[in-house]
Design a binder for this molecule. Structure first.
Ligand code: GLN
Length: 205
């Protein structure tokens, strides 16, 4: 049997353990990443939920920002949830002026977009590429995607119903090449299908 790929979880801040557990359940070697040498060993990287402004500062403090950009430019698969989505975006609205972007997905996100209405929100989403029915999505002070460039695949949107107010129809999951991002937190549910989608991407890369 071929060796299992090593998939890292950026472990500067945020819900690292939950991602490690989901990845391990998918049968890969899941490791925490805080240093450049740890990043170098990974075939793919998860950027967890947490606080994108804090993670941005810590990426610089830990000398990881440029090495991570270089790996992404080189085609390393990545998956960002919530704050991780904000970091992976090319542009951010309602961010802090000093917050840094990795620019791995050609999209603009609005930070804390749901948070203006309610701090957290849950719904069921149809998620393209994820078999087996709707995905339960947990949003916590979440961003949504304001716009995507050509070449970015929209995988999920909030249902377009009046009950969800300004969130109706918003894009909340995308993929560009081997980089995946969700506004919500698949790591906070018992469902590992989104992580499996990412693991398949890493195996195929
Ligand atoms: N609001 C946070 C940010 O901007 C994201 C929140 C989360 O990851 N749950 O980074």
């Amino acid at each position: 049997m071929p060796a299992q790929p090593v998939i890292g979880v950026l472990a500067l801040q945020g819900d690292v353990c939950e991602h490690l557990a989901h990845l391990a359940a998918c049968g890969v070697r899941a490791v925490s990443v805080r240093r450049r040498d740890e990043l170098a060993e990974c075939a793919g990287l998860v950027l967890p939920g947490g606080e994108s402004t804090t993670m941005s500062r810590l990426l610089e403090a830990f000398d990881l920002l440029e090495p991570l950009r270089a790996r992404l430019e080189d085609g390393m698969p990545a998956f960002g949830s919530c704050a991780g989505m904000v970091l992976l975006a090319g542009g951010v609205l309602d961010g802090r002026p000093d917050q840094r972007q990795l620019g791995a997905i050609d999209m603009v996100v609005r930070r804390n977009a749901f948070g203006r209405q309610v701090d957290s929100f849950e719904t069921e989403l149809d998620f393209a590429e994820v078999p087996g029915g709707p995905v339960r999505a947990v949003f916590i002070r979440a961003p949504w995607v304001e716009s995507v460039a050509d070449g970015v695949q929209v995988l999920a949107r909030v249902p377009d119903i009046p009950a969800v107010g300004p969130a109706a129809g918003r894009i909340v999951a995308v993929r560009q090449g081997t980089v995946l991002a969700t506004s919500f937190h698949p790591e906070l549910t018992g469902d590992d299908r989104v992580h499996r989608l990412f693991v398949e991407t890493v195996r195929a890369a």
